[in-house]
Design a protein around this ligand. Sequence first.
Ligand SMILES: NC(=O)C1=CN([C@@H]2O[C@H](COP(=O)(O)OP(=O)(O)OC[C@H]3O[C@@H](n4cnc5c(N)ncnc54)[C@H](O)[C@@H]3O)[C@@H](O)[C@H]2O)C=CC1
Ligand SMILES: N[C@@H](CC=O)C(=O)O
Ligand code: NA
Length: 438
Amino acid sequence: MKSVRVGICGLGTVGGGTFNVLMRNADEIARRAGRPIVIEQVAMRRENPDCDTTGVKTTNDVFEVAHNPDVDVLVELIGGYEVARELVLTAIENGKHVVTANKALIAVHGNEIFQAAHEKGVIVAFEAAVAGGIPVIKSLREGLGANRIEWLAGIINGTGNYILTHMRDEGRAFEDVLAEAQALGYAEADPTFDVEGIDAAHKLTILASIAYGVPLQFDKAYTEGISRITFDDVEQADNLGYVIKHLGISKRTEAGFELRVHPALVPKECLLANVSGVKNAIEVMGDAVGPTIYYGAGAGAEPTASAVVADLLDVARDISTEHRYRVPYLAFSGIGESDNDLPILPMEEISTAYYLRLLAVDRPGVLARVATILSEQGISIEAIIQKEAIEGELVPIILLTHRTREKHMNEVIRQLESLADIAGSVTRIRVETLDEDA
Ligand SMILES: NC(=O)C1=CN([C@@H]2O[C@H](COP(=O)(O)OP(=O)(O)OC[C@H]3O[C@@H](n4cnc5c(N)ncnc54)[C@H](O)[C@@H]3O)[C@@H](O)[C@H]2O)C=CC1
Ligand SMILES: N[C@@H](CC=O)C(=O)O
Ligand code: NA
């Protein structure tokens, strides 16, 4: 049986992991694929000390791989938007299949890439792009194919979860834990993508398209990171019975789809509250199957390589299947079309409960004024904690509200921040009781 010849572009964390897994498990992989999967060429800027490339054809020009007639599948692991886009489109133009771990590329340029691949009849596989080694794309696209997906929610950035876990468990500083996640190879080249929620929004965009059969719409995702979470918020959440997690949430409603990434208070007994460190987990609600959950390593060299190589196995098996009989790139057939033309909802229209932390001047009547502002917007309070005042200092007030529309909460915060009794800005963290919503 003819081998499948692979060209790896980028020999960093994921490229190095992919190289090593393909080499180490070559026999096992060949038996599973029904044919050998061999590394034909590697494009890299520098050697990876974890990889022995002796005897492998190398180049420092990734486009050489895209033009190499002996390469059947180009594996894009350089990251970033523009060069990766050009590289992938060149490979497709040359009739090569593509495997990528690049969620930024798929979320932003995916519609164009899938259209080009469709015209050429080639495969573009991207399991590693969402939640690293967890086979969530395959599960959602194929395993849950019978279902109308109602919602999905998850921890889909390993670096962010690693930071929140170590801040909470060890009281360590944000910057210190971030540096550790970078050293472990978890973070993006620009770690603001991790801590400001951009990476999670890329992944959520991809998941939502596969779940609902809508085009990729990264520009409509609401994105908020974890960089403003303080240790005090972590402690207060704990006192109230919650854990702060950075979530990606997408729900189907009658008016449209929610697509939002932000920190959230999650009840301690929820499965997602117990996902620690670099682990990711995604909960998916299907109308037939009910809730399902997918859990595992969301980042790191070999966990991510596991997904890249699984995609290569699919390519090896599907290469001889006629294009129209393959599983569609985003699960639904009809590239760039959707029979579900509901919009992505603006954030003002979403509905959830809230945690608020305000710093108040210790004066009589402050709490009453705060409560009036909330009640005027039709928002009821579930819990209130006022810490003891220390003479001359501001008093932190913590509030948990019942569910309301984001636009009403925006108005509350605007009014609270304009009160003379309230200092600085109000901290708002959304509260998500996912299992209850099910
Ligand atoms: N690190 C992780 O745990 C995960 C990363 N990813 C994605 O995988 C991709 C790669 O990420 P990492 O391996 O972490 O990054 P990395 O920075 O460790 O590796 C990228 C490698 O590509 C090389 N490179 C970049 N441009 C190049 C060019 N024009 N020519 C030749 N080599 C070039 C760099 O020198 C570097 O060695 C990204 O899209 C990332 O978002 C996805 C899942 C997990
Ligand atoms: N930087 C990402 C890598 C995997 O996608 C993360 O931390 O999750
Ligand atoms: Na995955």
